[in-house]
Structure formats: C-alpha cells, structure tokens
Design a protein around this ligand. Structure first.
Ligand code: OOG
Ligand code: MG
Length: 255
C-alpha cells in the first residue's frame, strides 16, 4: 500500500532541507490520484506550520516545456505565502537544490471559479494580470521525474514573483516575452505559447482544482505556466522578465 502521509513527509523534508531525493516512483508504483493526494498532504504539512494558501500554479501548459521535461500532460500545484519572492528582491540560492526560472503570466481572481467554465467566464473572474516568474526547484535528483513524481512534489514549485498588476482589459493572447539574465536575453517567447492563450490555463486550473476537491478562490493568484523552457539560476544574477504591455518583474540571486 502507498503511504501517502509518509511520502508527503519525504517531499516536504527534501524541500525544507534543500536536499535532492530519489524519484518516489522508483520505490513504489504511484497513480496520478495518489500523486495529487501526496501533494495535498505535503501542503497540509506547510499549512500546519503556519503557511497560508495563496493560489495555484499550472505546469506544462507550454509544449516546449513539456518536451523539455519529458512529460505528456498539464499539471497543477499549490502556492503558499512562503513561496512569494518580492518584486525587486533577492533570493537566497542556498535555499534551493538546483533552481530554475521561467517567465509566466499571473492572474489575480476577484471571484471564485470552479468546474467547467468558458474562457469568457474565467476572464470575468479576473481582477488583474501581471508579468511573473516561477522559480522551480525539483526535489528529485538531476531534475528528473515522471508525471506522478512531479505532481507529488507540488509540480516543482518553490517560489514565484509577480510584477505590477494590470487591468485584464487588454488582449493578452499574444504578448512578447523576454527573460533576461544581467540584461542579456536568455529566453524569448510569447504568451500565446501558454496553451495558445493564457486564459485557457485558467480554465484548466478551475477544472483541475475542482477535480481535486477544491475551487479557485477570490483573492487567489493563478500562475498560468511557463511561456518558454526554464533556465538554471546562478548566484549573483539579475533576473528579469518583460512582457509587452504588462511591464517588468525582476529579482537578484544572492551571491
Ligand atoms: C515542473 C513544473 C512545470 C511550468 O510552468 O510549466 C511548470 C517542472 O518543470 O519542474 O511549472
Ligand atoms: Mg511554472
């Protein structure tokens, strides 16, 4: 039998200690449902320590990312307040195993969303959108995992930074995106790379959260998923994402 609580403790400890572990799926057979149960239980451990739930992240909503990581399906993860990186702030490299960064679009919700919704219904629940980045840090050795492994590990979520909020009344279906390190572009893409339109990611987030027994709440942030493949971070870098019309978001990696 798969011990959900024990495996949740394993990924939670790995994240807290910034220590790489073997893939869970090498020691046991995990179903996707069990993997989501492990994710939920591991976030439960964080909430029990006083962390606050602040939203949801979507993963592999970009084809190039799914190919980069060798997985075949969209996933979702859970965001807590301890993962927030301040725009313009500094991140502590030592807190992570092998951190990578990716440019994303963030949604701020003003109304709950659940189940099967249309893109128009999803948009009506959006208070604002912003340029954002996700700091992913798989707890698995060599950043290698199966779909079930990565789901159990909260979809590699470790940190996220959100830039200035913008009213959602702009056409954000195909905005140019540049991720740069020390002013040098390292990834160039478009918001259209997120499922053809980032709103589709929000629609998927509502559906998948409901399937997982919760709904998207007013006040929550939904990270739509990366627009490009992820880039490894290094100490001392100034990391910035600029999205056409929406503006910039940035942080520094401590030395
Ligand atoms: C998993 C997380 C994927 C995204 O934006 O596609 C993700 C990973 O790549 O480690 O966050
Ligand atoms: Mg991501």
């Amino acid at each position: 039998m798969t011990d959900i609580q024990k495996l949740a403790g394993t990924v939670d400890n790995a994240a807290r200690e910034a220590r790489a572990i073997a893939q869970l799926s090498t020691g046991t057979t995990l179903t996707l449902a069990q993997a989501y149960a492990i994710q939920k239980a591991s976030i439960g451990l964080r909430l029990a320590r006083g962390e606050r739930r602040v939203g949801v992240k979507m993963g592999f909503t970009n084809r190039a990312k799914a190919v980069q990581m060798g997985v075949h399906d969209i996933v979702c993860g859970r965001l807590t307040d301890s993962m927030v990186i301040e725009d313009g702030g500094t991140v502590d490299f030592a807190r992570y195993v092998h951190p990578r960064i990716e440019p994303e679009v963030a949604f701020l919700l003003k109304a709950p969303l659940e189940g099967s919704v249309t893109p128009a219904q999803a948009l009506a629940a959006v208070e604002a959108i912003a340029p954002a980045m996700e700091l992913i840090d798989s707890r698995y050795e060599n950043f290698k995992f199966s779909l079930e492994d990565v789901v159990a590990d909260n979809a590699s979520s470790s940190g996220f930074v959100v830039g200035p909020w913008h009213r959602p009344d702009v056409d954000f279906s195909n905005l140019g995106i540049v991720l740069s390190f020390d002013g040098r572009p390292v990834q160039i893409g478009s918001s259209a790379a997120i499922l053809g339109h980032p709103l589709r990611s929000l629609v998927a987030a509502a559906r998948m959260s409901t399937a997982g027994g919760e709904r998207l709440e007013a006040g929550w942030i939904v990270m739509a998923g990366s627009a490009t493949t992820a880039e490894p971070l290094q100490r001392g870098l100034f990391v910035q994402t600029e999205i056409q019309t929406l503006g910039r978001v940035a942080f520094t990696v401590g030395t």
